[in-house]
Design a protein around this ligand. Structure first.
Ligand code: SAH
Length: 240
């Protein structure tokens, strides 16, 4: 993975994609020549702020992917992976692609991912994001998922669609028996319509994941005043 990560000793972190130019921060700049130094080297800005250089991890680059649509946050993605047991043998279908955030994360974990998107502008963003992340096992298709899924013997179908209840049949056709259909929706009426329409599946559960961030600074240890608000509900079902 290209670039470098700078771990500033005060706690900030920067992902520097292009190390051929000086890197400017709020507290001065790091010289391009310093950015090429070995991981573990301590460098400093022109104003004396110190940082340790590292090679980027998947998590560093993932945070920087270009966004078109609203992405599913990590707290929700983590639970989808945990509850479905997604792993190195999993065949996964994702729709709609949006920014490709789910597809790319799933591809980091699964054997193969196909992601479906109807909007050409989003399709282009996702294609670029997949290429930049170097994901070879992730294919994007410019196609309405309601018209059918091309993959067979699928382990997990993940929907982040405005109307997932209209795309049940394509998922049911390609999922293995016991395969998971997971739907992510921000509103209660969407959950109601989805669950009501689930035919040929057993419904496992609908959950909401809450993450509370804390400030830990000397004796000032308390939840942050500003928190991430609501994201979406996750409904899990399995094909009969
Ligand atoms: N999960 C994505 C965000 C998805 S936003 C992420 O984390 O990046 C929902 C997307 O679904 C939008 O981009 C929209 O264009 C697409 N979409 C809506 N209906 C669709 C359909 N029938 N087939 C494929 N994509 C669809």
């Amino acid at each position: 993975m290209a670039g470098k990560v700078l771990f500033e000793h005060s706690g900030k972190k920067y992902y520097v994609k292009d190390t051929s130019q000086d890197y400017h921060t709020q507290y001065g700049f790091f010289k391009a020549a310093d950015l090429k130094k070995k991981p573990g080297t301590v460098i400093q800005t022109n104003t004396g702020v110190k940082a340790t250089i590292g090679n980027p991890f998947f998590a560093d680059i993932y945070r920087k992917i270009q966004r078109g649509a609203q992405i599913v946050p990590l707290k929700d993605l983590g639970v989808v992976i945990a509850k479905t047991g997604m792993g190195k043998d999993s065949i996964v279908v994702d729709a709609g692609s949006g920014s490709g955030a789910c597809a790319i994360f799933f591809a980091h974990v699964a054997k193969k991912v196909a992601t479906y998107e109807i909007r050409e502008d989003f399709y282009k963003i996702v294609k670029k994001n997949i290429e930049e992340m170097g994901m070879k096992n992730c294919a994007i298709k410019l196609k309405d998922v309601k018209l059918g899924i091309d993959e067979k013997n699928v382990d997990i179908v993940f929907y982040d669609l405005p109307d997932p209840w209209l795309a049940l049949e394509p998922a049911r056709k390609v999922l293995k028996v016991g395969g998971f259909l997971v739907s992510y929706s921000p509103t209660v009426p969407q959950v109601m319509d989805f669950v009501r329409a689930l035919d040929g599946f057993t419904i496992l559960e609908t959950i909401e994941i809450m993450e509370r961030q804390w400030e830990v600074a000397d004796r000032k240890v308390r939840p942050l005043s500003q928190q991430i608000g609501h994201s979406g509900f996750l409904t899990f079902a399995r094909k009969l």
